[in-house]
Design a protein around this ligand. Structure first.
Ligand SMILES: O=C(O)C(=O)C[C@]1(C(=O)O)C=C[C@@H](O)C=C1
Length: 298
């Protein structure tokens, strides 16, 4: 089935690349240097779909993705993919036996945050530098063989950029997973045929009426008495002044004709503003390997 072009946060072999390969194999996958560039390309019709990271199990929301979708390009979420994440420390093969003397380690800030215990026990005095993605870090190490530097990235990045993994599975906890979202220009079913749909979600953005005691309690009650199961609620700054926030609410079901529209109408009658950011299928990709971290004592 031809779905057209799907963009991802690049370069080749990021976790986002692995996620797009898992759900849309055999299609054209195009790397973008940043998350906003990938989202813009969907809007400009260079792409049919864009895949971007939204949330990591340990480090929480990728704020750049959420804020850009909300404040800059309000494109609908049409799918969710959850994949296991295994982080490894890799170096240029020339330096494989000097890896304890690294001058700097590069990675995406979320990946660095997933490995803090490891850094504290093995590289406590080595500076860590955040870059645009894990694969960018790996590519940077490949391009600078003269420097004694390392990258935290996945095993496919090690292969792609000819690096040597010197410490495997350096993420601090088992069950490391990241949630990616697929965005498109219009809400529609995505042509994913090789994965089982685990469930559906509907994501709402809710702005509360200002200065009203108990407003959030009333919002939650509108979902609760309808037995609408929420899987996440998060506040993000409205960027209109200190203390102004809106709420992102994930409901664990598909947009229906009665319950969710009823809850939205109730919220609006309370003075809230509500936007539907998407109602979409969720896929859980299981890679060939499990995500087990050997039990280490730090
Ligand atoms: O840098 C990558 O490889 C990405 O795909 C981005 C990203 C993220 O933004 O969280 C995705 C998964 C991992 O949690 C680490 C980094």
């Amino acid at each position: 089935m031809n779905v057209g072009k799907a963009g991802y946060l690049g370069p080749k072999a990021t976790f986002t690349h692995l996620a797009v390969q898992a759900v849309l194999p055999g299609e054209e996958h195009i790397p973008y240097a940043t998350i906003p560039a990938c989202i813009d390309a969907v809007e400009h019709k260079e792409l049919d779909f864009g895949l971007v990271p939204l949330e990591n199990a340990f480090e929480g929301t990728v704020n750049l993705t959420l804020d850009y979708l909300i404040h800059e390009k309000r494109l609908p979420i049409v799918g969710e993919i959850v994949t296991p994440i295994r982080q490894h420390l890799m170096v240029h093969p020339q330096h494989a036996d000097q890896c304890e003397e690294l001058e700097k380690i590069y990675s995406h800030s979320h990946a660095i945050a997933q490995c803090h215990k490891f850094f504290r026990s093995h590289f406590s005095s080595v500076p860590l530098e955040g870059v645009i993605s894990t694969a960018f870090a790996a590519q940077h190490v490949q391009q600078h063989p003269e420097r004694l530097i390392g990258a935290i990235a996945n095993e496919f990045a090690a292969k792609e950029y000819g690096l040597k993994i010197v410490h495997e599975n350096v993420h601090d906890y088992n069950h490391n997973t990241t949630r990616f979202i697929m965005i498109s220009r219009e809400a529609h079913d995505i042509p994913v045929s090789n994965q089982v749909i685990e469930h559906y979600k509907t994501t709402l953005m809710v702005t509360l009426p200002s200065d009203q005691a108990g407003a959030l309690h009333q919002v939650l009650a509108a979902f609760s008495w309808r037995k609408l199961n929420l899987s996440k609620i998060e506040s993000r700054p409205m960027k209109t002044g200190l203390g102004n926030y809106f709420f992102i609410i994930d409901i664990n079901q598909r947009l229906d004709d009665i319950l969710i529209p009823g809850a939205i109408a109730e919220l609006e009658s309370l003075g809230c503003t509500v936007h539907i950011l998407g109602s979409y299928p969720c896929f859980a990709v299981k890679t060939a390997e499990t995500c087990q971290v050997p039990q280490m004592t730090y």
